[in-house]
Design a binder for this molecule. Structure first.
Ligand SMILES: O=C(O)c1cc(C(=O)O)c2c(n1)C(=O)C(=O)c1cc(C(=O)O)[nH]c1-2
Length: 234
């Protein structure tokens, strides 16, 4: 067992190694991003992931409610505005709904959550509940799967127009917006995590927390694979 803490670079490298378990490698995500999904699988994914999208601001509000540091709250609050929208910006949840419409889903069937699989609901709720109950620094750390998200968004932007020409291209705006937002968010979350988790025990805990969040995303994909199958289009 380690008796001294990793320095910041080594600790960051350990966190980044966790990317090997990111849902980018899940068979259901591979089916989607390699272009083998049916329309029903694509629509099912978008409708289920909507439940994650609407949970993110609840999760971020839970972090704010537990965080006594005003400077952190000032910066973190931006995430809620990004998703819920503000002023002329309709926000990420609305962008996700437009993605759904672009795939041929109706707004009502997305918003009423009729397609959401129980396992997706449980996994997402576990993430929100974790943020409500854990020390705010752990909840911040759990957002660090976003270290790995720009790659998965870029894969969709690069591949989907060719794989799924039936999706109206404006629908992909969500992924474009997230490229810059995720970079900014992850920089903030990462600096907070590297500063706070500075003993061997805390650093081990940070890796456990990140694994928990990876498991949330992986379980969502398991539930979607069970519901929509892993059969490829011919
Ligand atoms: O499409 C994806 O694969 C993906 C993954 C993740 C993630 O890694 O948690 C997020 C998002 N997208 C995303 O769009 C997003 O807004 C987001 C916020 C968070 C978070 O934990 O605070 N993760 C993610």
């Amino acid at each position: 067992m380690t008796t001294t803490a990793w320095n910041r670079d080594d600790f960051e490298a350990r966190l980044r190694e966790k990317g090997a378990a990111y849902h980018i490698h899940h068979p259901f995500n591979r089916l989607l991003n390699e272009g083998h999904a049916t329309r029903e699988q694509v629509r099912g994914w978008v409708a289920n992931r909507y439940y994650y999208q609407i949970a993110i601001p609840l999760k971020d509000a839970a972090i704010l409610s537990n965080c006594p540091d005003r400077a952190v709250r000032r910066e973190w609050a931006q995430r809620i505005l990004d998703h819920d929208g503000h002023g002329d910006d309709a926000g990420g949840i609305e962008a996700w709904l437009r993605l759904g419409l672009a795939t041929g889903l109706g707004r009502e069937e997305i918003e009423d959550l009729r397609h959401v699989a129980p396992g997706v609901r449980f996994a997402v709720d576990a993430y929100v509940n974790f943020a409500r109950r854990a020390p705010w620094q752990e909840a911040v750390c759990s957002s660090l799967t976003e270290l790995f998200a720009p790659k998965i968004h870029r894969e969709r932007l690069a591949g989907w127009p060719e794989h799924y020409p039936w999706i109206e291209s404006e629908g992909l705006a969500y992924f474009r917006n997230r490229l810059s937002q995720a970079r900014r968010d992850v920089e903030h979350g990462l600096q907070l995590t590297l500063a706070h988790f500075d003993t061997p025990a805390l650093q081990r805990r940070a890796l456990e927390v990140l694994q928990f969040k990876l498991d949330v995303l992986w379980s969502m994909n398991d539930a979607m694979a069970l519901k929509y199958g892993l059969a490829e289009v011919a």
